[in-house]
Design a protein around this ligand. Structure first.
Ligand code: ATP
Length: 136
């Protein structure tokens, strides 16, 4: 039997994903990394960005908001602050969040800049991941 990887994505809002896949590519803090079954175990922090999985002919795209990934030979456990599958992303909401963050950055003296930048980063990344559903 061909080896598989169990990909589990857990957030404070619940279990976002749990399926057997063939390959995962994620945005680690040190850069993008790919994992196939039987990978050497490692642990890494994740940045805001895209996680891609391949399962047979299917390619899935996730937005992942920070967190950690624990990689083992047959499992990847992702613990993130929030995560959404590309098709579940509300693009209008991301556009509104981007506008809000940009407005706050203009009024830097009133708002915490680091927080506004993080919010802007999430909104931009969500829009990029959501766009993947249109490129089939
Ligand atoms: P917003 O300002 O729109 O709330 P946010 O970046 O502050 O965005 P998060 O704190 O990352 O939101 O997430 C809060 C919850 O809302 C999570 O369950 C997350 O999955 C969900 N969420 C946030 N933005 C979107 C979106 N554009 N589409 C779908 N779900 C979203």
């Amino acid at each position: 039997m061909e080896n598989k990887l169990k990909l589990e994505i857990v957030t404070p809002y619940g279990l976002a994903f749990s399926e057997e896949v063939d390959e995962v590519v994620a945005s680690g803090s040190e850069g993008e990394f790919g994992v196939l079954p039987d990978h050497i175990p490692f642990f890494t922090t994740l940045k805001v960005g895209m996680l891609i999985y391949k399962k047979g002919a299917e390619t899935g795209y996730f937005f992942v908001n920070w967190g950690y990934a624990e990689i083992g030979p047959d499992k990847i456990l992702v613990l993130a602050d929030s995560a959404e599958k590309a098709e579940d992303i509300d693009v209008e909401r991301a556009i509104e969040a981007k506008k809000r963050a940009e407005e706050r950055l203009k009024k830097a003296e009133k708002f915490d800049q680091a927080r506004s930048i993080a919010s802007l980063e999430r909104a931009i990344s969500r829009s990029q991941v959501a766009a993947k559903t249109q490129v089939k």
